[in-house]
Design a protein. Structure first.
Length: 309
């Protein structure tokens, strides 16, 4: 059974608590994992099936494009719906992980229903963070945009990079404050779901809590996601390699590529399904740790905002 800390933890302690909470809440998160994974897999499968066959002739490609407008629109709507379902499922995992820290075990229906009712607020907060990140990213790329016009078209990419290196370095430096700002807003999902805060209020709460704790927050986020990313890349590469070796000689190149694409999409779905509960637990543990650092009274008042039963 997960034991919620009563005092601020070290970075190592936060990481350990994240894995412990994920272990304690995984079974309760499993229905959300499966529903979100099914929505993701369906969207990925549809896009792969509808995509032009690799190596298809020009006439076949033109014929496919002749009917592509309706198909692309349907694929877009399908992807949006799938994204909403995944978003709500992820939010329900955050609610479940938070409830587990209080010794509760909410069912999937309750968690999903609460997350669904908060969807508009989630979209609003996500748009705030996304717009800020996009503006910052575009501003950071201005030096590169400025240095691009007038370059010879036949220039080798090595020459382009070498001559644009000063602009690239300036853009990298400009990305540092963008990363700082986005990280300070990264915990908005927790107060939005568990405390029913509004879009702007939840982003503001995250900003306030991460302030003064940016380095430790960034370190914890980096370690967890770096480990998850490296393991995911290794697993997908191994499975893809085995799949291609097994079917490469038995099928044509286009069929082999198509099969590997399907396998890759399946593996990406599985990996994301496994990472989602860990990510949700990480946000909850980080949020509660930062609340403890900002004051125990604040923590108790916020814990009381989550309904019991």
């Amino acid at each position: 059974m997960y034991q919620k800390p009563t005092a601020p933890r070290s970075i190592g302690g936060v990481l350990d608590d994240t894995f412990q909470l994920c272990k304690a809440s995984f079974r309760k998160c499993l229905p959300a994992v499966l529903v979100g994974g099914a929505a993701m897999a369906a969207a990925n499968f549809y896009q792969i099936v509808e995509a032009p066959t690799p190596g298809a002739g020009m006439q076949a490609l033109i014929g496919a494009n002749g009917n592509s407008v309706a198909s692309a629109s349907l694929a877009g709507l399908f992807s949006i719906l799938s994204g909403f379902i995944q978003y709500v499922c992820y939010a329900s995992m955050i609610y479940t992980a938070w409830a587990v820290t209080r010794g509760e075990a909410p069912g999937f229906g309750k968690a999903f229903g609460l997350a669904w009712r908060r969807l508009l607020a989630m979209i609003g907060a996500g748009m705030i963070v996304g717009i800020v990140a996009l503006i910052g990213f575009l501003v950071a790329l201005v030096p590169i945009f400025i240095s691009l016009p007038g370059r010879p078209r036949n220039e080798q990419w090595q020459q382009v990079i070498a001559q644009m290196l000063p602009s690239i370095l300036v853009s990298v430096v400009l990305l540092i404050p963008v990363t700082y700002v986005v990280t300070r807003m990264s915990l908005y999902m927790v107060p939005l779901i568990t405390e029913s805060q509004g879009s702007g209020e939840s982003v503001g709460t995250s900003w306030r809590l991460v302030g003064g704790n940016w380095w430790r927050t960034t370190t914890v986020l980096f370690v967890i996601f770096a480990v998850a990313y490296l393991l995911a890349i290794a697993l997908i590469s191994i499975v893809d390699g085995v799949t291609f070796a097994a079917i490469g000689g038995a099928r044509s190149a286009s069929q082999a590529v198509g099969t590997v694409a399907l396998v890759t999409a399946g593996m990406v779905t599985i990996v994301k399904m496994l990472i989602a509960p860990l990510s949700a637990s990480l946000l909850v543990v980080l949020y509660q740790d930062l609340l403890l650092r900002k004051g125990g009274g604040d923590l108790e008042s916020r814990l009381g905002a989550l309904p019991k039963g």
